[in-house]
Ligand binder design. Structure first.
Ligand code: NAD
Length: 443
């Protein structure tokens, strides 16, 4: 099938590549000229495990094309995916300007009927707005061409996006047109050959399903963080509580890890957006508001533990920070806990020596001009001469460090672990002051 994808970011590039891998002919359109020119030269703009060889292979096979020419994209695909960003507006609601701009572009250039598929995460009612934009632009052209708008939210996780797209848990399709449903089957059936992975529903339910999924996951995290904070006050260890509750099959072990808050391009903005959507229909989403508030304060937890240890004044301190991406296996630093920590440290007059296995270029792009940030080449180099170590991301290579090297390198043997990677008892035996999340005061 001929497919066009608008917006070649984390979602668009992965999904386009996977479609091409299964034999579809895919044209990728982005407004970012540098990104498109790099992709044509085999330079992949993001770190995502397994992505580079798949892009190279499908580009070489001619099934994956990159362009900034929107007209070429609109003329190519019977199915037109919108996978552009939907960042938070000033009030936290999803900003739809990029989505509506693509809708306008499609209606401007289409010469045959098109199926417009919304893959970006968008509030309930957006398909109606996209339809309105398409119709208005077609009317302005005096065209009587027809179109369908489908909701097809994306559930991939950065860090395992290829696997998630190749073997999806579910493919949610929002449409009330059986013909469009058939086309979606043709497109997606190679991913779920028994057909039972596709869940078809009305458009509004599909739009809400995406927010419901992300808000449920964010709720699990904030719930565990609330319990972690309580554990500290009560002298309990949240890691033991986690194992204790996860063993109940109704609860399960997944996504109940306490930590220094969730970040990324999705959970924070999607919780906020659903809160704003609820306010818009005169409903107060008390649980979601609490999820957001807990996460906001949880992201300051490492900083307040540093103040607990060193005193309120951190002027002149140097803190080694391990892990800058919002989670492992990605270079994405959007809304990352590391950013909240580093910005608070700079504000307090402290310096940062940071290391991340994949996000150093992104850190350079974001903060490269600061003289109170040293971007270190290795995790050991980040420690040299620092006063303490703070861990923001649970990269595998941080799980079993040489604690002797840590002690020798730091002026004060103290670890502020935002991801509970180490055993507090072992830390005590090592003579290291250890501040985890929900594991009591420093031991
Ligand atoms: P991104 O910021 O990585 O990429 C968006 C791309 O769209 C950019 O390359 C930008 O240049 C391009 N763009 C903007 N306007 C355009 C236009 N008019 N025409 C063509 N391209 C245009 O975003 P992302 O992380 O891939 O997210 C995209 C959407 O998918 C968002 O709604 C997001 O919430 C949702 N989503 C993201 C993830 C994730 O893990 N990143 C997972 C599921 C859903």
């Amino acid at each position: 099938m001929k497919v066009t994808v608008f917006g070649i970011g984390y979602v668009g590039l992965v999904q386009a590549t996977i479609f091409a891998e299964l034999g579809h002919e895919v044209v990728c359109v982005d407004v970012d000229e540098a990104k498109i020119s790099n992709l044509k030269q085999g330079i992949i703009p993001i770190y995502e495990p397994g992505l580079t060889p798949l892009v190279e292979k499908n580009y070489a096979a001619g099934r994956l094309l990159f362009t900034t020419d929107a007209q070429e994209g609109v003329e190519h695909g019977k199915v037109q995916f919108i996978a552009v960003g939907t960042p938070p507006d000033e009030d936290g609601s999803a900003d739809l300007k990029y989505v509506l701009a693509v809708a306008k572009t499609i209606a401007t250039y289409m010469k045959e009927p098109r199926i417009v598929v919304d893959k970006s995460t968008v509030p309930v009612g957006t398909a109606d707005r996209v339809s309105h934009q398409l119709q208005t632009t077609l009317d302005e052209r005096g065209s009587d061409l027809t179109f369908d708008v489908v909701s097809n939210p994306e559930f991939l996780k950065e860090g395992s996006a290829i696997e998630d797209c190749m073997k999806p848990d579910r493919i949610v399709i929002g449409t009330d047109n059986p013909d469009v449903e058939e086309v979606m089957h043709e497109l997606y059936d190679p991913f779920s050959r028994s057909r039972n992975r596709m869940i078809v529903m009305d458009v509004r339910s599909a739009e809400l399903t995406k927010y419901a999924a992300n808000c449920m996951l964010a709720t699990k995290i904030s719930f565990m963080n609330e319990l972690a904070n309580l554990s500290e006050k009560l002298g309990a260890d949240i890691e033991k509580v986690r194992v204790g509750i996860g063993s109940d099959s109704r609860i399960g072990y997944s996504f109940i890890y306490p930590g220094a808050g969730y970040g990324g391009s999705c959970f924070p903005k999607d919780v906020q957006a659903l809160v704003r959507t609820a306010h818009g229909v005169d409903y107060q989403p008390r649980l979601l508001e609490a999820v957001e508030a807990i996460n906001y304060s949880q992201k300051t937890k490492i900083f307040s533990n540093l103040q607990k240890h060193f005193g309120a004044d951190l002027t002149g301190k140097t803190i080694a920070v391990w892990g800058l991406s919002f989670k492992p296996n990605t270079d994405d630093m959007r809304e990352a806990t590391s950013r909240v920590l580093m910005e608070a440290l700079w504000e307090a007059g402290a310096k940062v020596q940071a290391f991340d296995p994949e996000a150093m270029n992104e850190a350079q792009r974001l903060y490269g001009n600061r003289n109170d940030l040293l971007l270190a080449g290795t995790k050991e180099a980040a420690l040299q001469g620092a006063d303490a170590l703070a861990i923001c991301t649970e990269w595998k290579e941080f799980y079993a460090p040489d604690f002797e090297v840590i002690k020798e390198s730091l002026t004060s043997a103290a670890i502020f672990d935002g991801r509970n990677l180490y055993d507090p008892i072992r830390m005590k035996e090592q003579g290291i002051a250890y501040y985890g999340i929900g594991r009591g005061e420093s031991v």
